[in-house]
Design a protein around this ligand. Structure first.
Ligand code: URA
Length: 425
């Protein structure tokens, strides 16, 4: 096989053969295809797309580049959720324990945040003592003890994706739907879950800005999952405004604990319950206990505490608090028509909740609390947002990101989108 032939075939709009795909991904992982050749192939894929057969085979080749985990020794079905990332998206924190409390096992390998969307591991690391890195044996131990585990993916999982993602990042090829779908699904399938629910976010704070691109991504990922024997469905959900009231790390853990205690913001509860029901149905457990009941009766909280303790954390320890705060007041009285997710996400990032480079630390206490959400009444001069940072010098740039992100009108916007836009699968 020759890299140039594979590049030319895709450049000219052809369909790659299974042999070409297997060879290209394996040879790239071994270092036998040069970075510039893979960059050229990625650009040809971005411009000409891939058929369902190609994208499924590409995903398989990326899975085959590393280890595939196996949870068949557990006495309950496995099911997981993946979100394409949003602002205030702390759903994994209440969801994994709620679904485990209903009888499924949730083995979730999660990531750290980069840019304006937060990462689940960064949020959990604000809990004193909690550890993200676990061996496979430790993961199994936490799953047996608590029913759910959320931890970092080891370097053996889809190593081809790690290399290719870094290359796409610097060659303008991140935005290819087949490459995004195969990147996400190779890691989720290698994680070994039997069922998977995808939360594909749509809107200013999301990777996918329009419903059409989000639907195409969802359909591609659902196709890949089902082709690989993982029962997969997707929900398209609104990310034009932040999810819940808290955006950051410790503040999102605190909000998740409220949800686990049977309270919390209605949108976080709605999405947790909807995704939980889909996860159980995809695992063939449609008649199981309802996740809404698990949140109400304290069993989800019991799982949360067991899970945090099993990973070295103290679920009852006080969470870190930022040293500095700043209030943003409502500019006029009326109804909040818009609270732009992207603006709030960038502001939280600049306050220190997120990182610009992979190796940067994040601040556990930094973030934003939204005191109103679109559709709520607001009063001129009353606090609308509370900003938190460890370093006061971060506040002016966060305020710049919020310029134009808030709109107050006379009446509720009639076009406020529902949270759950569509189901795919
Ligand atoms: N997340 C991933 O894991 N891969 C992509 O390509 C994009 C987002």
């Amino acid at each position: 096989m020759d890299a140039i032939d594979v590049i030319r075939a895709k450049r000219d709009g052809g369909e790659l053969t299974p042999e070409q795909i297997d060879w290209a991904v394996a040879a790239y992982t071994r270092g036998e295809i040069a970075e510039e050749q893979m960059a050229s192939l990625a650009m040809a894929i971005l411009l000409n797309g891939m058929t369902r057969a190609e994208v499924s085979r590409w995903t398989q080749a990326m899975i085959d580049s590393g280890d595939r985990m196996d949870w068949s020794g557990l006495d309950r079905p496995t099911t997981d959720k993946h979100s394409t990332g949003g602002v205030g998206d702390k759903i994994t924190l209440p969801l994994a324990p709620a679904v485990a409390a209903c009888g499924a096992a949730v083995p979730q390998l999660s990531g750290r945040g980069l840019g304006h969307t937060g990462g689940t591991l960064d949020k959990l690391e604000s809990i004193p003592g909690w550890r993200a890195s676990l061996s496979t044996e430790e993961m199994l131990g936490v799953l047996r003890e608590a029913g759910a585990v959320v931890c970092a993916a080891g370097s053996g999982l889809a190593p081809a994706d790690r290399r290719l993602y870094a290359l796409r990042d610097v060659t303008g090829t991140v935005e290819s739907i087949p490459l995004i779908a195969s990147s996400i699904m190779s890691k989720k399938i290698a994680e070994g879950t039997g069922a998977l629910v995808l939360d594909v976010k749509v809107g200013s704070g999301a990777f996918m800005k329009t419903p059409d691109t989000a639907r195409e991504l969802a359909e591609t990922m659902v196709g890949i999952g089902n082709d690989h024997g993982v029962r997969t469905v997707a929900l398209l959900t609104a990310m034009d405004r932040p999810l819940g009231n808290a955006v950051g790390n410790a503040v999102e853990v605190a909000e998740s604990v409220e949800v686990l205690a049977g309270g919390g913001p209605p949108d976080v509860v709605e999405l947790t319950v909807a995704l939980g029901r889909e996860m159980l149905a995809a695992a063939g457990m449609a008649g199981a206990k309802d996740p809404a009941d698990a949140l109400r009766d304290g069993t989800a909280m019991d799982v949360w505490r067991r899970m945090i303790r099993a990973q070295g954390g103290d679920p009852l320890a006080p969470l870190p608090v930022a040293r500095e705060s700043h209030e943003v007041f409502a500019p006029s009285s009326g109804v909040l028509k818009r609270l732009d997710a992207f603006g709030v996400g960038v502001a939280a990032w600049r306050l220190g909740a997120g990182r610009a480079r992979k190796e940067d630390p994040v601040s556990a206490g930094a973030g934003i609390i939204c005191h109103a959400k679109p559709g709520d009444k607001v009063t001129k001069g009353r606090p609308l947002l509370s900003l938190y940072a460890d370093d006061v010098s971060r506040i002016p740039r966060a305020l710049e990101a919020l310029e134009g992100a808030v709109e107050v009108g006379e009446s509720a916007a009639a076009d406020l989108e529902p949270l759950i836009l569509q189901r795919v699968g």
